[in-house]
Design a binder for this molecule. Structure first.
Ligand SMILES: Cc1ncc(COP(=O)(O)O)c(C=O)c1O
Length: 349
């Protein structure tokens, strides 16, 4: 299997940029190695069909429950894979990163297992339930800045001062490999799936989905979904360079303010340096559509999805309404760490 060597485009203004070290190498072999390493810590998450949900969408839908993972989201796969790749010096130095919540919990969880220290810089907009969960996992939390790009700048400065290993929330090949294992499990268990909807913040999960699709199911369409009020990944994908955009969304997992070079080089497909098929389409959805999807998942799939976790279903509903696409769709509930505000909105619907 040929490794893919994405471009190292300069970070967008206010962005999180890249890791600043050697060219990252992302490959399907890396995904397989991640799956093997993760088997020691995680069980495959369940996939189910819910007849009433498929009826509501008007398509056959397979739902994958990544909200059932420890830490409550698919991100734990990335943190564990990254921790497994650390050298002895990095372990000694400890990890520093930035996040609005789920990547933070993933790194805190993985650092604890690896016996290393983690400092997580979180913006003030991060839901308190996620901040508390990170602390409970033993990581040090630093609250800095209003939005993720401010927290990112602070985390980089901390890493430069302290010598700790900066973990880039979107550009780390090991994390992309870990996140890709979601889609390896999905496509291996459900070869009948014709289209997969993937929520996008940095795009690391969607890049993983594309890597797996290219290797084992080349006819499957991977469709990205992002919040309309935070379209940095969408606009970076639609153009040729990573761009910064406002992150005006209630959905914390999707509130990234800039494109990330490594995933974008895969998501752009033939236009990107990886030369693969990339995303077939990219849906932008409103926060209200995401709430509606979370409600449907609660009612028909009896499961709790946070906004980012419900975004894939919101994208599917938008797509079902606007296009003639048919066939079995795979929807991944990427997280279930619902904030107090989300609980209230869901309860009052
Ligand atoms: C629950 C959830 N879903 C989706 C995403 C977006 O993932 P990515 O940053 O890999 O695009 C995130 C990001 O934190 C998340 O927490």
């Amino acid at each position: 299997m040929q490794p893919v060597e994405p471009t190292r485009a300069a970070p967008a203004t206010g962005g999180t940029g890249d890791t600043g070290s050697a060219t990252p190498v992302v490959s399907f072999d890396g995904v397989l190695a991640a799956a093997e390493a993760l088997a020691a810590h995680l069980v495959p998450t369940p996939t189910w069909r819910y007849a009433a949900l498929s009826d509501a969408v008007g398509r056959d839908v397979v739902v994958k429950h990544e909200n059932m993972n420890p830490t409550g989201s698919f991100k734990v796969r990335g943190g564990l894979t990254l921790a497994a790749s650390l050298g002895a010096d990095e372990r000694r130095a400890g990890l520093v990163t930035c996040s609005t919540g789920n990547h933070a919990q993933s790194i805190a969880f993985a650092a604890r297992l690896a016996g290393t220290r983690a400092v997580i810089v979180m913006p003030h907009c991060a839901p308190s339930v996620k901040v508390d969960a990170v602390r409970a996992l033993g990581a040090q939390v630093v609250l800095e800045g209003e939005r993720l790009p401010d927290a990112s700048a602070h985390a980089r400065a901390l890493a430069a001062e302290s010598g700790m290993r900066f973990v880039d929330p979107g550009n780390e090949p090991a994390m992309i490999h870990g996140h890709a294992t979601v889609y390896l499990e999905l496509l291996q268990a459900h070869p009948e799936v014709e289209e997969i909807l993937v929520p996008i913040g940095s795009g690391s999960g969607a890049a993983g989905a594309c890597l797996v699709r290219d290797a084992i199911a080349p006819n499957v369409r991977v469709v990205g979904v992002q919040a309309m009020g935070a379209p940095a990944a969408h606009d970076s994908w639609a153009g040729d360079a990573e761009v910064a955009r406002p992150a005006e969304t209630r959905v914390s997992g999707l509130a990234t303010g800039c494109g990330f070079a490594t995933p974008q080089s895969i998501l752009r497909g033939a236009r990107g340096s990886a030369g693969n098929a990339g995303l077939a389409a990219f849906e932008l959805v409103t926060d209200d559509a995401i709430d509606n999807a979370a409600h449907l998942l609660g009612v028909h799939a009896r499961t709790l999805a946070e906004g980012a976790g419900a975004a894939s279903l919101a994208g599917l509903l938008t797509r079902a309404a606007g296009t003639n696409v048919a066939g079995t769709a795979g929807v991944v509930i990427t997280g279930g760490n619902v904030s107090v505000d989300e609980w209230k909105r869901l309860a009052n619907r």
